[in-house]
Design a protein around this ligand. Structure first.
Ligand code: AHG
Ligand code: MN
Ligand code: MN
Length: 334
């Protein structure tokens, strides 16, 4: 058994480290963990409950088919946040436009929330891990007025909080408020998250490489060279590495943060901008990786320094163990 510190206790104890107003953080995290608990109970029924499995028959703004659980999770998180009035605007993978609250209480909300409600949608039906990932910013527009687009288009460096929930063999909540990364494991029998992974640090070295190698033919020559490097025999550098790819960025990165490794979704002939979305997938994961002592880039610069121009923009993404990332950059720029 662990030290039995609950998520609620941890947040209250550590909110003095949060640079801004205290109760507001607690409220936002209450919304997230409540929605995560509802999700947990629903996901465990997927397959039994028809309303949760399968396609809705609609596409999201990126032209991807929406699963019932995508739509369900999206509404759930939005409603949980809306009820607490700390957030004045939300951007979601499943919403083409930003959601800007204009009721009297919410326009006084200081925070902007960006979310991928379900990451790894294609894994739902086959009982493989999925996740939820989010980023929190302070608004830059004046309090008391509706949020504006610029509030959403801040660089990842401005995040005041980021985290993910992974629904795997157990459900975990991992987050940062810019002062390290902590992981909490859910005990569904009593509905409590316990601190199970305090002060998470990603190993500097690792031997896992994660990439959709089915796209190899579309990769640049340098990207191909790195994939081949991972598979070469070289005892001194612990190669060949192990290939692991779940197809849910959250789950792939969660494993690599714990064990050490590098996760890549490069640009390629098939996806010239890469596939992953900067604002609600890459930025929060990049902040968590940096806070855990790792590195996350688009191959040229830190993900967190990219100036966004569109809420749904994509970026190549490379993230993980520091030394593996350094070697990857060497080969990408050879
Ligand atoms: P989402 O389910 O939110 O659309 O995201 C899926 C993303 C990411 O999580 C995953 O790593 C990647 O797509 C997998 O893409 P490929 O199937 O192209 O490898
Ligand atoms: Mn996703
Ligand atoms: Mn998604």
């Amino acid at each position: 058994m662990h030290n039995l510190i609950t998520l609620g206790e941890f947040i209250i104890k550590n909110q003095r480290d949060f640079p801004y107003a205290k109760g507001q953080l607690t409220n936002m995290f209450s919304a997230i963990t409540l929605a995560a608990k509802v999700m947990n109970s629903q996901i465990n029924k997927a397959g039994l409950v028809d309303e949760l499995m399968g396609k809705v028959g609609t596409e999201n703004v990126q032209g991807e088919e929406q699963k019932k659980l995508d739509v369900y999770a999206n509404k759930l998180f939005i409603n949980a946040l809306k009820a607490r009035n700390e957030v004045c605007g939300i951007a979601s993978e499943e919403e083409e436009e930003t959601i800007i609250f204009d009721n009297e209480s919410a326009i006084n909300g200081k925070y902007i929330f960006l979310i991928d409600p379900i990451d790894g949608s294609s894994n739902i039906e086959v009982n493989v891990s999925i996740g939820t990932v989010f980023a929190i910013y302070r608004r830059i527009s004046p309090i008391g007025k509706p949020a504006i687009l610029e509030d959403f288009l801040q660089t990842g460096r401005n995040q005041v909080g980021a985290g993910y929930v992974i629904f795997g063999s157990s459900t975990m909540f991992v987050f940062t408020t810019g002062n390290g990364v902590n992981g909490f494991t859910y005990d569904p029998s009593i509905g409590v998250f316990y601190l199970s992974h305090p002060n998470l640090k990603i190993p500097q070295d690792g031997n896992i490489y994660s990439i959709n190698e089915g796209n190899y033919a579309y990769f640049s020559d340098n990207m191909k060279a790195y994939v081949n490097y991972c598979k070469e025999i070289d005892e001194a550098s612990n190669r060949p590495y192990t290939g692991r790819y779940i197809g849910s960025m959250i789950a792939d990165l969660h494993r690599n943060i714990l064990k050490g490794g590098v996760y890549m979704y490069p640009n390629s002939q098939k996806s010239p901008q890469g596939k992953l979305r900067l604002l609600y997938e890459c930025n929060p994961m990049a902040l968590l990786i940096e806070q855990a002592g790792g590195m996350a880039t688009n191959g040229q610069q830190p993900i967190l320094d990219i100036e966004p121009t569109d809420i749904h923009e994509r970026t190549p993404f490379y993230g993980g163990s520091m030394h593996m990332m350094e070697q990857l950059h060497k080969i990408l720029h050879a």
